[in-house]
Design a protein around this ligand. Sequence first.
Ligand code: ZN
Length: 386
Amino acid sequence: MQQHDLADHHHEHHRHEHHRHERELHDAPPDRNRPRKQEQEDASTEITEVAHGILRSQLPISMPGLGHVNCYLMEDERGVAVVDPGLPGDDSWNALVDRLGEAGYRVGDVHTVVVTHSHPDHYGGAMRLRHETGAEIVTHETFRTIWEADDLGDEDSSTLEINTADDQAEALERYFSRPSPWGGRRAGPSPEFLERLRKAGESHGGAFAIPGPTVPLTDGQTVELARREWVAMHTPGHTYDHLCLYDPEYGVVLTGDHVLPSITPHISGLTPQADPLAEFFSSLGRMEELDGVTVALPAHGHPFTDLGGRARHIIEHHEDRLDIVRGAWPDLPNGTVRDFMRVLFRERSWGDMAESETYAHLEHLRELGELTRDDADGVARYAPAQ
Ligand SMILES: [Zn+2]
């Protein structure tokens, strides 16, 4: 597993308007001629007001496809709330302190941390802020990282507490040493990655703690930040615990990684839910139905206005990918998740995350009654339903 597998990696999928084009794209040199996506831009030190009382700051991250995470600063009479305070570790922390200063705040002014979902580029700074300022931590009530979650039925995992980089490295090793829900062995984190993680932890132990929410929100509950009343929207798909916040009065939506301006978020098949792709479709459908959206504030890339159109586009993207799976059946009569992954993803994306997303698509087709699954030899095999 590379570092990006730890965090939310956003795959760039095959283009597939016409199957004929795919071959050409396979053969084309990767990346070089492709314009840089806005989500890839390096973190700027600039602070911009994107809605009244809401400032966009950017923190550095380096993962394939992502150059920054937006950390929104929401101002009010009590100080400031931050949304998605970046990766764990000193580099991100120093950048956060710097951006706060640029906006006229000290760390002590932070009274609330909103975390949109359980990926480290979003929650990394949360517990350090809480330690320093006693800030509240707002998440969806189901907030939980996959390596803490008990989705594979391991009875020991409930006793797992992650406070340090060592704890986290151990939890990752443990998690990835178990077979995937589709039966294959996982690549898991590389020894080099785990070594780097443990080393990074030596200089600031507590900074790697995974936050527990002090304000766990349920769908429809409201929270006041930046002198606005936000409605919590539970938007499972990218992760099960994904939270968006919607200000119906002014049409502002914090979209996290649920809807990004120019890349599609990775859909994890590793959730306790039977059909995460169906949940993603319905979460996207709710974005289309929002009234009077004036600006969408994503966790990566630039603020944008056509939230409904972008959500529709992402739905269509996954419908196209389901069609690719359907088109591959004749060649893969008893295909495994890995077989279908090779059809859906470019070779440079093959790995744990591509398998997980492929699994989500196959399970969706099974839920629709189009595929059957057979686990007889310990590995899930899919065949068209008769
Ligand atoms: Zn992200």
